[in-house]
Design a protein around this ligand. Structure first.
Ligand code: RTP
Length: 165
């Protein structure tokens, strides 16, 4: 029942070093599992400064950029690819994993993030906001190519899929 790859939107989700250090890995992965997204890649990874700088290159002129790079490289992160099968049914058109994951994650500043979101429930500080999610389908593709090698991705079908869609 999984549709052709071209119809599948993908988001790069990353549990930041504070999420790993605080023992929130299971809790955060669980939020995406419960939503019904399909996990297509998963690894614990210590990233280099070069990779962190490339990932956040759009923010390189921001005053907080050096602090952000120090934060992201301060310990291992958990890299994930979450996908959602887009249905041909009209009701679901335009509803993709990228925007939906951003809603689950909540606002950048955890004090402004709604309760019920990951940042709203689990974090207090913008500079320690526990998780990252791609902000557009194009950036999802870019980030997945940056953080994962081809052999690290799994093609599989969840037995839950027929009950979700
Ligand atoms: P992310 O890319 O990590 O998912 O976060 P985002 O889209 O919600 O926020 P963005 O504006 O892209 O910022 C990326 C990350 O930089 C840190 N930040 N610090 N000190 C500050 O004012 C500040 N602003 C942003 C946060 O860790 C934010 O998630």
């Amino acid at each position: 029942r999984i549709v052709a790859a071209a119809e599948v939107e993908q988001s790069y989700i990353m549990i930041k070093p504070d999420g790993v250090q605080r023992g929130l890995v299971g809790e955060i992965i669980s939020r995406f599992e419960k939503k019904g997204f399909l996990l297509k890649g998963l690894k614990l990874f210590q990233c280099s400064k070069d990779l962190a700088q490339e990932h956040y290159k759009d923010l390189k002129d921001k005053p907080f950029f050096p602090t952000l790079i120090d934060y992201i490289t301060s310990g291992p992160v958990v890299c994930m690819i979450q996908i959602f099968v887009i249905l041909s049914c009209k009701a679901w058109e335009g509803v993709g994993v990228v925007a939906s994951a951003r809603k689950l994650i909540g606002a950048t500043n955890p004090l402004q993030a709604e309760p019920g979101t990951i940042r709203g429930d689990l974090a207090v500080q913008t500079g320690r906001n526990v998780v990252h999610g791609s902000d557009s389908p194009d950036n999802g593709k870019r980030e997945i190519a940056l953080w994962f090698k081809e052999g690290e991705l799994c093609e599989w079908e969840s037995v839950q899929t027929p009950w979700l869609i």
